[in-house]
Design a binder for this molecule. Structure first.
Ligand SMILES: Nc1ncnc2c1ncn2[C@@H]1O[C@H](COP(=O)(O)OP(=O)(O)OP(=O)(O)O)[C@@H](O)[C@H]1O
Ligand SMILES: Cc1ncc(CO)c(N)n1
Ligand SMILES: [Mg+2]
Length: 509
């Protein structure tokens, strides 16, 4: 091994149940620890079938196998802190206590999971005695919710802060160093208080109630994030406060998130890692954007005395849903300049703009992607350079080319020339039949290109058409015209008619 000091990471071992809905249980613990930079190992005590409606089933893991999981972790990876969640049998509790006496850890956080926030029972009354007699005396912290606190102290109601304080004191008598009675179930108040008791002092820790359905797993999350903070070396009160801050962020950021149809959505622990809608790992490509694809041509723009960006604006105002800057004559500086001004226009309208062939230009102006021909940079290399967040289209004349484009990471295929065209020299015409063969052989969406205009767009897009044929790409019929906006709108109305027409079979094919 090199002389380099090996890096350490705080470790938590969670001994808990699996929540198939992933808002609570083992899944919550792993995600919360991950979000807080702590390595979380697991010993699964039960597998539950759960969702946002409630608990549909529980399958207990035999106590000896829970013990094996715990030992496998402690004897190799080790743990700074152990956190317990759902412990569905007395045998599991007792075998865990035996192990913890043999292999002591720095901290033990016990979330006495009896009843989930959805009100479903997760552990029967027999568990209570084992928790009280065996596990609590070993615990640094016990974190009951209000129903659990009530059950632990024998059933007296715990629905006010005063009763929470009394319950915390009574539970502290059972042996844990600290007790945190969680106030998420406090009725009719906008301020939720958690009460932390250390045997001498009560800390009433307030938090505003956040209006959200996504509270399934709040207790597990609080307990495991406290375990994570303790594993980092925090003392108890700062660890609890840091965890409450984390949970507050999670609940606030995901207040309106919709997961599941039930009353209780899950906690979304890892929201900070990436916002899927913005993250660069999420392709921006939407197949429906291929409906009306405007491909610019600088020689036509010169003929009609308009700049590329003026042509782009007119096409978008006429209804173009995606734009490609195709420049075969200009030098790189001119091309980049055209691309940048056109990109500003496209961004104003929220329309994706791709660059034809030139991946360097696409990168330089941060375009939404590139469209590559068969003789351009190989698609796999372009994908490796551009990453997953950019759109890549590929010109294909055969189903084999389409399948290869897909395998190499393309988002869509441009297939043609469907009709003879002047805008691409020596371009083989494949016709409607050739286009359909490519569509049937392509796993990814297809846009038709080549000589398409208002006069023949219906033939291309008429129903029935291949499901993945998403639109038409047009050059001359848009840009070799006195009024680009009008010309674009004319083709758009033909195509949109075809989309509406899903009943009458196309008679011309
Ligand atoms: N709507 C909410 N807004 C803000 N904080 C909340 C809300 N609901 C719960 N909390 C907080 O979440 C933490 C967990 O409390 P709660 O009573 O929900 O635990 P629990 O019932 O064990 O949760 P679960 O069983 O779903 O894991 C507490 O700090 C509580 O104040
Ligand atoms: C498996 C599991 N553990 C804990 C909770 C706490 O709510 C839950 N709902 N499910
Ligand atoms: Mg709970």
């Amino acid at each position: 091994m090199g002389t380099e000091e090996s890096r350490r990471i705080p470790r938590v071992l969670t001994v808990a149940g699996s929540d198939s809905g992933a808002g609570a249980g083992i899944q919550a613990d792993m995600k919360a620890c991950g979000a807080l930079g702590v390595y979380c190992t697991t010993a699964i005590t039960a597998v539950t079938a759960q969702n946002t409606v409630g608990v549909q089933g529980i399958h207990e893991v035999p106590a000896d196998f829970v013990a094996s999981q715990v030992k496998s972790v402690l004897l190799d990876i080790g743990a700074d802190v152990v956190k317990t969640g759902m412990l569905p049998s007395v045998e599991i509790i007792r075998s865990l206590c035996d192990i913890l006496r043999t292999y002591p850890v720095k901290g033990l956080v016990v979330d006495p999971v009896l009843i989930s926030t959805s009100g479903d029972e997760l552990a029967g009354p027999a568990i209570l005695d084992a928790l009280r007699d065996d596990l609590f005396p070993l615990a640094d912290l016990v974190t009951p919710n209000l129903p659990e606190a009530s059950a632990i102290i024998g059933g007296d109601p715990v629905t006010t802060v005063a009763e929470m304080r009394e319950a915390a004191e009574a539970i502290h008598q059972l042996g844990p160093r600290y007790v945190l009675v969680k106030g998420g179930h406090l009725p009719g108040t906008n301020t939720l208080i958690d009460v932390l008791y250390d045997g001498v002092e009560w800390h009433e820790l307030p938090g505003s109630r956040i209006e959200t359905r996504n509270t399934h797993g709040t207790g597990c999350t609080l307990a495991s994030s406290i375990a994570a903070e303790l594993a980092k070396g925090q003392s108890m009160l700062p660890a609890v406060l840091a965890s409450k801050r984390y949970l507050k962020d999670v609940l606030e950021e995901n207040a309106t998130l919709k997961i599941g149809e039930g009353k209780q959505g899950p906690v979304n622990h890892l929201f900070k890692l990436s916002d899927w809608e913005k993250s660069s790992t999420q392709s921006k490509f939407r197949p429906e954007s291929l409906l009306l694809y405007a491909v610019t041509d600088s020689s036509m723009n010169k003929t009609w005395g308009r700049s590329t960006s003026e042509a782009v604006r007119a096409a978008i105002e006429g209804g173009a849903t995606i734009v490609q800057i195709r420049e075969k004559e200009a030098d790189t500086g001119e091309f980049l300049q055209e691309a940048e001004t056109s990109l500003k226009v496209a961004r104003d309208y929220g329309i994706p703009l791709l660059i034809n062939d030139r991946i360097d230009i696409a990168i330089a102006c941060d375009a939404d992607g590139v469209h590559l021909g068969q003789s351009d940079l190989p698609v796999a290399r372009a994908r490796a350079i551009l990453g997953p967040g950019k759109i890549i289209g590929v010109s294909c004349k055969t189903p084999e080319q389409a399948e290869k484009a897909w395998k190499d990471g393309a988002d869509y295929v441009g297939s043609g020339g469907v009709y003879p065209t002047n805008t691409k020299k020596d371009n083989k015409t494949i016709g409607i039949e050739g286009l359909r063969e490519v569509c049937y052989g392509s796993p990814i969406p297809v846009v038709a290109i080549g000589g398409i205009s208002g006069a023949n767009a219906a033939e291309v897009m008429a129903y029935p058409r291949p499901e993945n044929l998403k639109g038409v790409a047009v050059v001359s019929a848009f840009f070799n015209q006195p009024d680009v906006k009008k010309a674009t709108a004319a083709v758009k109305s033909v195509v949109e008619e075809c989309l509406k027409d899903v009943s009458v079979p196309n008679t011309s094919s």
